[in-house]
Write a protein that binds this ligand. Sequence first.
Ligand code: LLP
Length: 463
Amino acid sequence: MSRSAHPAGPRHADVLTEGHYSAPPADLNALDPKVWAHTVGRDADGAVTVGGIAVTQLAEEYGTPAYILDEADFRERARAWRTAFGTEADVFYAGKAFLSRAVVRWLDEEGLNLDVCSGGELATALSAGMPAERIAFHGNNKSPEEIERAVAAGVGRIVLDSFQEIVRVAHTAESLGKRQRVQIRITVGVEAHTHEFIATAHEDQKFGIPLAGGQAAEAVRRALQLDGIELIGIHSHIGSQIFDMSGFEVAAHRVVGLLKDIRDEHGVELPEIDLGGGLGIAYTSDDDPREPHEIAKALTEIVTRECEGARLRTPRISVEPGRAIVGPTAFTLYEVGTVKPLDGLRTYVSVDGGMSDNIRTALYDAEYSVALASRTSDAEPMLARVVGKHCESGDIVVKDAFLPGDLAPGDLIAVPATGAYCRSMASNYNHVLRPPVVAVRDGEARVIVRRETEEDLLRLDVG
Ligand code: LLP
């Protein structure tokens, strides 16, 4: 899988025989709409534009590196999910993918709900005016303070992740004189075909309560006995960056099986089922994600069929897409600092960011694409590796991609599909400052998360 396993060869990489970039694309200046936000194109000078603004202008005004987010595209994708699932289902945007107050407002306006998984995300959501009843609170180890804040705020549901938490939430709600609506997150034992660190429904990991061995059934038994909570449904999230619907099919089958057991044992038909998020996006031209309407149709059919088989009323379905909404809407804009050809290997292109603004390549061996963004070029393709400025050789943003052979310091390059899990997982490694998020729409740009400053860093360092 890794290109580094290949024998060394000439710089122009025609020796590579497998992988995404076994041959340079026919046109290096082309921008594949699969991996770029919808309003992205090039202007007459060849510069990449988004929302009608050239990246050269954005770089001048906001500096680099910067995450550039296409607001129209975000809204369009959010709306597509909402419309696809209709009024009979709920779409909770997974805030962990990327959350800011502007994003919360867009979601609110587009009629989506919000999944948060920490006190910080909850605070962001509430401060931007998301109605608490449209918030789901997640997490495998919510603190007592977080639970209390969530219950007091009146969140629509808390997703319970352990036996201890069932009791904690019930007691907290009772002490506040409330009855909290909850779901129980179970692990259904599905092996999602994705990276080990982002697969979550196999049993040997920290999330959820296993269906196997009757643990989930026991959790339901306990939850139904407690006055402080109202059990409204079962939750399952099988992992992330998944393309194959068969994992959801197995998960739905097993969740519905549990609903049936609950009906048989307790005489209760739980009204909701949440199938989590995890739908994949295109990071390179080789990825073929499904459209929201196809996903909605498939999931609804699966659940309906399973429920008919079990003679259950079809519960209200909810889903929690994060990456599939925000991922494709943003790209990271970098300035090239150095270009270092290593004879017989590849050319290392160093940019002014790196693993602190995109840890996904180092952490998950993720694949990305890249394009020269400040101009077009007719130069021969060169096999490049885009690396950051951190003191670590694993500081790689794009493992292997073709860039024009005349690439030079000062050029701007853009890495698409960085809207999800890049800013939200950004760090200050090497005391590098986290980039801003600039939202662009209809010819106007505005900062929605500002660039970190050295003052920000020093403010936390109290000496
Ligand atoms: N719901 C639950 C309960 C989740 O745990 C997650 C993601 C989602 C929804 C949203 O999944 P999405 O649709 O965004 O795939 N940092 C990793 C991804 C970790 C996802 C954790 N949970 C990455 O960069 O790929």
